[in-house]
Design a protein around this ligand. Structure first.
Ligand SMILES: [Zn+2]
Length: 379
């Protein structure tokens, strides 16, 4: 059995939207209450040990007594929120992330998770506890026990469910073939079989339209902030907030829409690419990303490439597990200077050298394909 995740677009009716939004609210409330409590606790005695998610769960019944409307919440969702909060706290203490923030009703993205009462009733309907049977589209028919689902509202106003199921491995036919892949910047992926997959800058394709709205967003944010400052200055009883400015909200939504489009295009491209690999090969070998100096990038192209590499690795990891194939990470050695045919070390080849001939066995090499072949042979 393996865990498999996939995303569905949900089409909740009005009553269901209301119920989902309520659950966002319940979970936001719990998050904020627990976060406030953790902060106070820390202020009172910085030495005390951090509570666990389990400790927080034990506080839920008391909170439900104090705030009876919380009983309408999907109860496993509140536990998930506690676990998320403790996770965020731990990340902060390890220095991996900023301090957890309070969540606002006005933040355009909302989500909650739950673990119980989730079932596919047919090919287009998903039953969610406390919400009802919701129509969905997308995603293959997945058989298996649903472990959890995260319901999300995007900044563009769409509802999605990220479903995690426990399912049987769907073995793809064995091909008897292995491949090495080299990851790069101008060519995203080069295989030892000689195929180059270019980097496609989906962000550039939409840059003009996105920029048009980004400029408007910046201007409208500034205007709104000035008016808010006036409200405060004039002691208006209920000063406006950013979310009260319709023009600003519209621009924010348009920028989010372009970001979503770019992200979807990237994801589709990488999905097709990794699917092709697991279909064609039984073993996929790639470089350990640690050796690729992920942190030393200041250029956008480089940052985008690094993100794509991580996503390729993530997708290959679960696709190989799911389809019964094998992903091997190797720590390659001198991939661009060793001849993949005879092993001769030709010394450093500066980046501008795209091809070279091995002085020992006279094989002509494409720099990147040779590197991919060395990765295939690496261990
Ligand atoms: Zn050679």
């Amino acid at each position: 059995m393996v865990l498999k995740g996939f995303k569905l677009r949900l089409y909740p009716n009005e009553a269901q939207q209301l119920a989902i939004n309520q659950n966002f609210g319940f979970n936001r409330f719990i998050w904020n209450q627990m976060l406030g409590m953790l902060i106070k606790r820390y202020e009172n005695s910085p030495e005390t040990k951090l509570l666990s998610a389990f400790d927080l769960n034990n506080l839920l019944p008391t909170l439900k007594q104090e705030y009876p409307w919380l009983k309408q919440a999907e109860s496993t969702s509140l536990q998930c929120t506690n676990a998320d909060l403790i996770g965020a706290y731990k990340k902060f203490f390890k220095g991996h992330a900023g301090f957890p923030r309070f969540k606002s009703r006005k933040y355009p993205k909302q989500s909650y998770q739950c673990k119980m009462g989730i079932k596919f009733t047919d090919r287009t309907h998903l039953k969610l506890s406390k919400i009802g049977v919701v129509r969905f589209r997308g995603g293959q028919q997945a058989l298996g026990k649903v472990k959890s689902v995260a319901i999300r509202l995007t900044a563009t106003g769409k509802y999605f469910a990220s479903v995690l199921i426990d399912t049987d491995i769907t073995k793809l036919p064995k091909t008897g073939l292995s491949v090495g892949i080299d990851l790069g910047v101008s060519d995203l992926m080069i295989t030892s079989t000689g195929v180059k997959y270019p980097t496609i800058r989906f962000d550039k394709r939409l840059a003009k339209k996105k920029h048009y709205w980004e400029k408007r967003l910046a201007r409208r944010r500034l205007q709104a902030k000035q008016e808010i400052a006036c409200d405060h200055h004039n002691h208006v009883p209920e000063p406006r907030e950013l979310a009260d400015f319709k023009n600003y909200v519209k621009a924010r939504r348009m920028v989010a829409q372009y970001n979503e489009k770019i992200a979807n295009q990237r994801y589709d491209y990488l999905s097709k690419l990794t699917k092709a690999l697991v279909e064609q090969f039984d073993v996929v070998k790639m470089e350990d990303l640690k050796t690729k100096n992920l942190l030393k990038n200041h250029k956008l192209a480089r940052a985008i490439a690094n993100q794509a590499w991580r996503e390729i690795r993530r997708q290959l990891t679960y696709k190989c597990a799911f389809y019964g194939k094998q992903l091997v990470t190797v720590s390659p050695y001198k991939t661009s200077q060793l001849c993949s045919s005879c092993g001769f070390d030709d010394g450093k080849h500066p980046l501008e050298i795209r091809s070279w001939t091995c002085p020992d066995c006279h094989t002509q090499h494409d720099r990147d394909i040779n590197a991919a072949r060395n990765i295939l042979q690496g261990s």
